[in-house]
Design a binder for this molecule. Structure first.
Ligand code: ADP
Ligand code: MG
Length: 342
């Protein structure tokens, strides 16, 4: 007969970590999303050895008060929702209260923060799930999280880390997608002490398009159409690439729902249909699109990594996307823009 026992808390966190923390870029995603939720205007990401040695994310957001540092790394503890009703309207990137608990259970972890209107910063360290008491530290207003030796205590995961270059490329891709989500925030990324990417805060549309160019390529702006259309509580804005900007791979597609990058079947289908008669088979459109709608109209609590969403009115969303993009692209079909002269 086997005996049923409750799992120890560290093990619960490590199991939860398995769901969301697949590789260093997943850690960067969780930490940067926290910085954005904290209202940061500037986020710095320092990586060593593809993130397997160090991931450090620093922000100038609202910070965490000393009394709550321990809670921040406890599982199922969050400042973002308090009721099921909040969950239905959630506008923050996070809400599960699991990320810091998960990350700190599979790495050597430190959290340093100075809350707004506090003179002193405090730091806590977590090693293998054991939380140390908070100690005073030096830090400007905001928060730094350091994650060292990721998966040092989960050999099976550590073994699956790829080459330093590959892991860093994932981090860079992720940062680009977050930078497109929040144009008004400055992002800096360094690897092994060398600055790799500096994205200054974009304060107007020209600067926003410049940021898009840094991610999708300098020739994208000239080969794209501006989209800005609202109807029935749905607002779609951004840029869609002309057929001349199409790619052989679907690697330049950014679709945000209320500021969150999503991969959604309904969205993918609507976009594909809209491009159907202007793109050759096997070509993939490039686009950066932002869909805004009432948070109650979309369920983001579908998957722990939150890449998937469920629209309450799928048909409406699908048809709105299809029509808006189809009409914009109709100009190219008429041969007015983007197509080579025949
Ligand atoms: P969630 O983001 O789902 O709430 P996390 O485990 O990622 O869960 O974070 C737990 C809590 O710690 C957050 O709700 C927030 O209050 C606080 N926190 C985490 N990172 C930061 C940060 N960079 N700045 C301010 N507060 C933070
Ligand atoms: Mg979070």
């Amino acid at each position: 007969m086997s005996t049923i026992r409750p799992l120890p808390p560290e093990l619960i966190n490590q199991i939860a970590a398995g769901e969301v923390i697949e590789r260093p870029s997943s850690v960067v995603k969780e930490l940067v999303e926290n910085s954005l939720d904290a209202g940061a205007t500037r986020v710095e990401v320092d990586i060593e050895q593809g993130g397997s040695r160090l991931i450090r994310v620093r922000d100038d957001g609202g910070g965490i008060v000393p009394e709550e540092l321990q809670l921040a790394v406890a599982s199922h503890a969050t400042s973002k929702i308090g009721s099921f009703d909040d969950l239905e309207h959630v506008a923050s990137m996070g809400f599960r209260g699991e990320a810091l608990a998960s990350v700190s259970s599979v790495a050597r972890f430190a959290l340093t923060s100075r809350a707004r209107e506090h003179d002193t910063a405090f730091r806590i360290e977590v090693d293998g799930g054991k939380v140390q008491a908070a100690r005073p530290a030096q830090h400007p207003q905001g928060t730094s999280v350091e994650v060292r030796d990721l998966f040092y205590n989960v050999p099976a995961r550590r073994k699956f880390l790829r080459a330093e270059r590959t892991e860093f490329a994932h981090i860079d891709d992720l940062l680009k997608s977050l930078a497109l989500a929040r144009g008004s925030v400055e992002f800096r990324l360094s690897h092994n002490g060398k600055p790799v990417r500096i994205l200054k805060a974009a304060r107007d549309e020209a600067a926003a398009l410049q940021r898009v160019a840094e991610v999708l390529g300098e020739d994208f702006p000239a080969q794209s159409l501006r989209i800005d259309h609202a109807m029935a509580g749905l607002h779609l804005s951004g840029w869609v690439g002309l057929p001349t900007a199409s790619r052989s791979q679907a690697d330049s597609q950014y679709f945000y729902v209320n500021g969150r990058l999503v991969r959604d079947r309904i969205v993918a289908h609507a976009v594909r249909q809209a491009y159907a008669d202007v793109l050759f088979h096997g070509r993939h459109p490039a686009f950066v699109l932002y869909l805004e709608l009432d948070p109650a109209g979309v369920d983001v609590n579908v998957h722990p990594a939150k890449h998937e969403v469920r629209f309450r009115e799928q048909r409406l969303v699908h048809d709105f996307l299809f029509r808006t993009l189809h009409e914009a692209l109709a100009q190219t079909r008429a041969g007015q823009v983007g197509l080579p002269a025949t």
